[in-house]
Design a protein around this ligand. Structure first.
Ligand code: 5AD
Ligand code: SF4
Length: 448
């Protein structure tokens, strides 16, 4: 009998920067690569393929990419057969320029071209350097078809891509293109397949999930889509990011009252507490409007955790503007925040605004903001002490393998001890009793 020679399994080293969209794109890359006999490695020195999935949302994120890329120059010299590719938003934004800047680079591919990875590798294997940065207006039928390679209990599912908001500081609409929604049937079948493979928690991803279905593709509204997702058998928890304050409506807010699977966490980026700055950012709401939405949500669901994104040092931000942001922080008492100092991004309107602030002013404000929030976060966490909470078990605790780690519905990390004779497996939901709280986690006991 003729023997078929089996091709050696190849190794890919993949590094991901940036947002959950990028994490999801990386999962899709791994899904494609798995189909062509690649396995993942943690060691770039043993890899046949090195991929860097990049982020350009802030200047700092972009600079990290160049230093990372520089590290692999020597490897390529030693092993010319090694293929190096850069994906993500820096690839989209820089395109051809990136190839010029890094002569050891073989492939440059943007977020709309992830599904073409297999073809791009074939080109690179035959010695050609390739750039794939075409932005498409509709979603290709095979773009999201590949089942994610991730095994485990949690899955991230893109429900749309791009953004139409053009906030004046943001590069995303230029790197991820115009907003397009996926068909609900495609999304649901992807989630059903994930659930059949053991996934128990699903996070729906989009730059602006509340406008799902309103532009291109989507056939139902976002609250309707959420209802469909909650109906999928085997799915125990449903999360979503990111919501835009101007688009979050009553129908969604009311849904939290009916859908038990919907997690009690809302990430609602406010960006600034100053109306003048919000207007120049082009956010479409005032600080007061934002606050009334929060009050309404908190009144209906006191257990809801609210997190946000804040930018300090936007062009022209005065001490008084910054003070308004600090006031909002104290009024809302966010459970947590992601805070950034403004950095000008290419092509964006704000990059050419007058009143760009010096670095020391921006860093100083960021520090003040973060100090204040740290206290608020600890206080908010301490409010859970003495409460019973349901946690989604993720695995053994990092610091102590005798304990377990899980997440509450409100997305807090909980480390907890099991009573003698008890067991817990990843994906289980169990009730714990919170005994202590810190800046980044809670401590609890189960079964006592
Ligand atoms: N400078 C600083 N932060 C930014 N973000 C987006 N663009 C910029 C920029 N140019 C922040 C916003 C956004 C988060 C993902 O990144 O807060 O919500
Ligand atoms: Fe960027 Fe604004 Fe779109 Fe968010 S909503 S991705 S901040 S343009």
């Amino acid at each position: 009998m003729e023997e078929h020679s089996q091709e050696r399994e190849k190794l890919v080293f993949l590094e991901t920067f940036g947002c959950q969209m990028n994490d999801n794109d990386s999962e899709r890359m791994l899904g494609i690569l798995k189909g062509i006999n690649f396995a993942r490695t943690d060691d770039p020195c043993s890899a046949d393929l090195i991929l860097i999935n990049t982020c350009t949302v802030r200047d700092k994120a972009e600079q990290k990419v160049y230093s990372t890329l520089g590290r692999y120059k020597e490897l390529k010299k030693e092993r010319p057969g090694l293929i190096i590719g850069v994906g993500g938003c820096v690839a989209q934004q820089q395109g051809e320029k990136l190839l010029k800047r890094a002569p050891h680079l073989d492939i440059v591919f943007g977020p709309h071209n992830v599904h073409k990875l297999r073809e791009l590798l074939i080109e690179a294997d035959s010695g050609r350097r390739v750039v794939a940065t075409r932005l498409t207006e509709t979603i290709d039928c095979d773009e999201y078809g590949v089942s994610p390679s991730a095994s485990g209990e949690k899955a991230f599912v893109s429900i749309m891509r791009g953004c139409n908001n053009f906030c004046s500081y943001c590069i995303v609409p230029y790197t991820r293109g115009r907003e397009v929604s996926r068909q609900s049937a495609d999304i649901i079948s992807e989630i059903e397949a994930a659930a059949a493979a053991g996934v128990k928690e699903v996070t729906l991803l989009g730059q602006n999930v509340n406008s799902y279905g309103t532009s291109g593709g989507g056939d139902v509204s976002f609250p309707e889509l959420l209802k469909l997702v909650c109906r999928v058998e085997g799915v125990k928890r449903v999360r979503f990011v990111t919501s835009h304050p101007k688009d979050i409506g009553d129908e969604l807010i009311e849904l939290f009252g009916h859908e038990k699977k919907l997690c009690r966490h809302l990430h609602l980026p406010v960006q600034s507490g100053s109306d003048a700055i919000l207007a120049r950012m082009g956010r479409g709401y005032t600080s007061g409007e934002y606050f009334s939405k929060i009050e309404k949500i908190k009144k209906l669901y006191p257990e809801m955790s609210i997190t946000t994104d804040i930018i300090v040092g936007f062009p022209g931000e005065t001490e008084a503007d910054f003070a308004s942001t600090m006031d909002l922080l104290r009024k809302v008492r966010f459970d947590n925040i992601f805070s950034f100092m403004y950095s000008p991004r290419p092509n964006t309107k704000a990059a050419s605004f007058e009143g760009q602030l010096p670095l020391d002013v921006r860093t100083g404000r960021l520090q003040v903001l973060q100090e204040e929030q740290k206290q608020i976060t600890i206080e908010r966490n301490r409010e859970t002490i003495g409460k019973k909470m349901e946690v989604f078990v993720e695995g053994p605790s990092r610091g102590n393998p005798d304990e377990m780690m899980g997440r509450t519905s409100c997305n807090r990390i909980v480390n907890f001890a099991l009573a003698a004779g008890m067991s817990a497996a990843p994906g289980d939901i169990m009730e714990v009793f919170v005994t202590d709280a810190y800046a980044n986690s809670l401590r609890a006991s189960a079964g006592r």
